[in-house]
Ligand binder design. Structure first.
Ligand code: UDX
Length: 427
């Protein structure tokens, strides 16, 4: 197949690389000229394990440019542009609108237009109406909603091994499913077919459910602290029930990233736009936003006064195996510590602080971060932090407090070295 991907972000690039690996001819368009130059030099503009190698491996079938006329050659167009949040939680569709303008000006022969960008319920139907309104003949295209469920840090693996492929179709569309099956030929996963809006809502429901599990276990962590019980025991105990499953039950600083915070707000906004009050979605967000307050409170109780203390923070990214700091709880914690008057030495294997902060220095190693620290905080659960030599950590620090903000450490190993361990719901 000849496929054109619009948008060279982590979803667009991962999709492009994997489709090229599956044997298709793929062209990826992005308006960012600098990004295109980088990609044509075989580099990617962010850290995603395995992606650069896959792009280089398929460079004969995978090209990049800012040229929209490539759309003419393709039979399938995959839209992967960003859908950022507006301040009121609604979704800014300006990049989708720009794509529709280009498509309306370019499409002359039949195209299957696949939306991968996460868009609010009703958007794909609106897109069809918009394209027709802009003069594209209805018989020249079909719209398919095909949301992605890729996790940053394991996007390439997830694209090759999805647990499902969701395909939302127009009511009278009897040809697009076969097109999508041809596009993903070689990937083994069950197909879920539904309406355009059904597919949009599956994406939001999946993210909301996962965020709900995180907020649930974070609320349990608060209860565990009050009753002197280890929340990891609770997660293990309930996770063995297949109706619950052990995944996404890791208590900590709360969820972040480019998807969960934005998508849950967008779903809340969409529900309200149809006069549905989303009680549970509100509670999920309240637990998440107050989680950081509680963690700071814990640090305050152990180190009071916080002002003037030197804190080593390990982790800046919103989760391990990425350099992404969007809505990162780790970076938010660093900001709050700085506002409390702490001096912070922050270290992350890949991520960089997104803005300069008073009394905060980003250092190049764990060793540098912990020198003379009064307290150590694990803010992102990178593997590198799980296996530290705690004897050496103790020797380098001034104080003894280790706050495991991701409940990822072996507490006995930490305590055996004479350090004090504090987790989230692990008294
Ligand atoms: C998520 C969805 O998993 C993915 O399917 C969707 O396509 C995009 O959004 P991602 O944002 O990459 O992916 O990260 P994910 O691994 O889901 O983690 C999200 C946040 O939740 C991170 O901040 C992570 O640290 C936190 N988290 C995750 C927890 O606090 N506890 C957990 O048990 C799991």
């Amino acid at each position: 197949m000849n496929i054109c991907i619009i948008g060279a972000g982590y979803v667009g690039l991962t999709t492009a690389a994997v489709l090229a690996e599956l044997g298709h001819e793929v062209h990826c368009i992005d308006h960012d000229e600098q990004k295109i130059r980088l990609l044509n030099d075989g580099k990617i503009p962010f850290y995603e394990p395995g992606l650069e190698e896959l792009i280089t491996k398929n460079s004969n079938y995978l090209t990049f440019s800012g040229r929209w006329d490539y759309i003419k050659r393709a039979s399938v167009i995959v839209i992967c542009v960003g859908t950022p949040p507006r301040p009121d939680g609604s979704t800014d569709l300006r990049y989708i609108e720009a794509v529709l303008d280009r498509l309306a000006a370019t499409v002359e022969s039949y195209k299957t237009i696949v939306t991968k960008s996460t868009v609010p319920p009703g958007t794909n139907e609106w897109m069809r109406a918009e394209l027709i309104g802009k003069g594209t003949a209805p018989h020249l295209f079909r719209i398919v909603s095909n949301p992605e469920f890729l996790r940053e840090g394991s996007a390439v693996y997830d694209m090759f091994h999805p647990d499902k492929i969701v395909v939302g179709l127009e009511p009278d569309d009897d040809r697009s499913l076969a097109v999508i099956q041809g596009m993903y030929a070689g990937i083994n996963a069950p197909y879920v077919t539904t309406s355009l809006t059904g597919a949009e809502l599956i994406k939001y429901a999946a993210n909301a459910f996962l965020a709900m599990k995180i907020s649930f276990i974070n609320e349990m962590a608060r209860i565990c602290d009050a009753f002197a019980v280890d929340v990891n025991d609770i997660a293990h105990g309930i996770g063995l029930d297949p109706r619950i499953s052990p995944h996404f039950l890791q208590a900590g600083l709360g969820y972040g990233g480019s998807c969960f915070p934005k998508d849950i707000k967008a779903l809340e906004h969409a529900a309200r736009s149809r006069q549905v009050e989303p009680h549970l979605l509100k509670a999920v967000q309240t637990v998440n936003t107050t989680q950081l307050d509680l963690c700071l409170q814990k640090l305050h109780e152990q180190l009071a006064p916080l002002a003037g203390k030197k804190i080593a923070v390990l982790g800046i990214a919103f989760k391990p195996n990425t350099d992404d700091t969007r809505f990162s709880p780790a970076e938010a914690l660093i900001r709050r510590l700085s506002e409390s008057g702490c001096t912070v030495a922050a270290y992350d294997p890949k991520a960089t602080l997104s803005e300069p902060l008073t009394r905060v220095t980003q250092v190049q190693s764990v060793h540098e971060a912990i020198q003379g620290a009064d307290g150590l905080v694990i803010a992102t659960d990178w593997d590198e932090f799980r296996t530290l030599d705690w004897g050496q950590v103790k020797a380098a620090m001034n104080g003894t407090l280790v706050f495991d903000g991701r409940n990822c450490l072996d507490r006995h190993a930490v305590e055996q070295s004479g350090l004090r361990y504090m987790g989230v719901g692990r008294p």
